[in-house]
Design a protein around this ligand. Structure first.
Ligand SMILES: *Cc1c(COP(=O)(O)O)cnc(C)c1O
Length: 379
């Protein structure tokens, strides 16, 4: 019988023993491996293809996500780029409209040059998704909750469409992490993570994961993985394994902080709207509760003016004005200039990513200290 998820964070699939009784897996800092004899292998030949430290990490992520296989990549974008290798020229993809800005950038540059096309729509409305599907459509690409406006997409409804029209269902699960949501159990074929965020958790390294649900997809991905060389280094694999050991406790604390902060923000006169899936009035609250084990720690909010937004960014002391999310340190970002700076202005404004819109990744500091910092910045 498999272990529960908080145990898996620490022991992976369990039963692993390392040389000399070492508790964490050693960092196998080697590019290549000697062969015991002609035509023989230790199981490892060359680290671009596979490495024991990285394999331990990949097995841990597969256990957490309920995946058949996982490849660990140098960044989240490397994982997404690998995923694009599965699409043939001419393929069309229906995407959530407010994706991570870097995802839109790779689709519109690399993707378009490969003759792929992308529609960006509000995937929280399954009827809209169905209307966008054409004979060329080969995949659905979903973020739920979305980045940064926190729209929730019903993954079971996407799975029904994927089955009906024979599409790949791809989910970027970075925002909730495998601790709170497992898209493969709901029918996804591929799950992407920026391991830089919650999985690494300490704002100190980059990583990405591409999890596959079936042996057929895993075989194709493994082939492209060793061919293009998206591999995560052994030392970074170790840092990720170390980060994941505290994933459960970090996320519980971040989430409990986020709930308090979201409720507090709602009462502030200069705050006009709070976007947090943990607020019962959030339009996606019920759907999220039906498919995830929690509401995470990403909050966006709209303030009364551009001046207030800029003041908040300049005046925060404990909270850091920086891109990224999911780490132990609380970070605040200005999506208009940072994560979504490359998204065309009309698209951005239609989504509500304007001068007054801020995104807050809640860390594990004391909630009262975070609230006091926001309070002085909003004064
Ligand atoms: C950060 C992020 C990415 C890209 O990951 P990197 O590790 O920065 O390359 C992709 N998707 C989401 C939702 C992200 O937040």
């Amino acid at each position: 019988m498999g272990y529960k998820i908080d145990t898996q964070c620490i022991h992976g699939k369990g039963g692993q023993e390392h040389s000399y009784g070492a508790i964490p897996i050693p960092i196998y800092q080697t590019a290549t491996f000697s062969h015991p004899g002609i035509g023989q292998s230790t199981g490892y030949d060359y680290s671009r293809e596979s490495n024991p430290t990285r394999a331990e990490l990949e097995n841990t992520i597969s256990a957490l996500e309920g995946a058949y296989d996982t490849v660990a990549c140098s960044t989240g974008m490397a994982a997404l780029s690998l995923c694009l290798e599965l699409l043939e020229a001419g393929a069309h993809v229906v995407c959530s409209e407010d994706l991570y800005g870097g995802s839109v950038r790779i689709f519109e540059s690399v993707g378009r040059r490969r003759d792929l096309s992308f529609s960006y729509i509000d995937t929280s409305d399954a009827a809209l998704v169905e209307q966008e599907i054409t004979p060329a459509t080969k995949a659905l690409y979903i973020e739920t909750p979305s980045n940064p406006t926190m729209k929730v997409t019903d993954l079971r409804a996407m799975k029904r469409l994927a089955d009906q029209y024979n599409l790949l269902l791809i989910v970027d699960n970075t925002f909730l992490s495998p601790y709170l949501q497992n898209p493969i159990a709901l029918g996804a074929d591929l799950v992407i993570h920026s391991g830089t965020k919650f999985l690494g958790g300490h704002n100190d390294t980059l990583a990405g994961f591409l999890c596959t649900a079936s042996p057929e997809l895993a075989e194709k991905i493994r082939y492209y993985y060793k061919t293009v060389g998206s591999s995560l280094a052994p030392f970074d694999s170790f840092l990720l394994l170390r980060g994941i050991k505290t994933l459960a406790v970090r996320i519980e604390k971040q989430q409990s902080n986020a709930r308090k902060i979201a409720r507090w923000l709602k009462e502030q006169p200069r705050v006009e709207q709070v976007y947090y899936v943990g607020l019962p009035e959030h339009p996606g609250y019920e759907v999220n509760a039906s498919q995830a084990r929690g509401t995470g720690s990403m909050i966006s909010f709209r303030v009364d003016s551009e001046e207030t937004a800029r003041k908040v960014l300049e005046k925060v002391r404990l909270i850091v004005y920086a891109e990224s999310l999911g780490g132990v340190e609380s970070l605040i970002t200005y999506p208009m200039l940072q994560t979504h700076g490359d998204v065309p202005k009309e698209v951005r404004e239609k989504l509500g990513i304007t001068e007054t819109f801020l995104r807050f990744s809640v860390g594990i500091e004391d909630a009262e200290d975070l609230i006091a910092d926001l309070a002085q910045a909003l004064e």
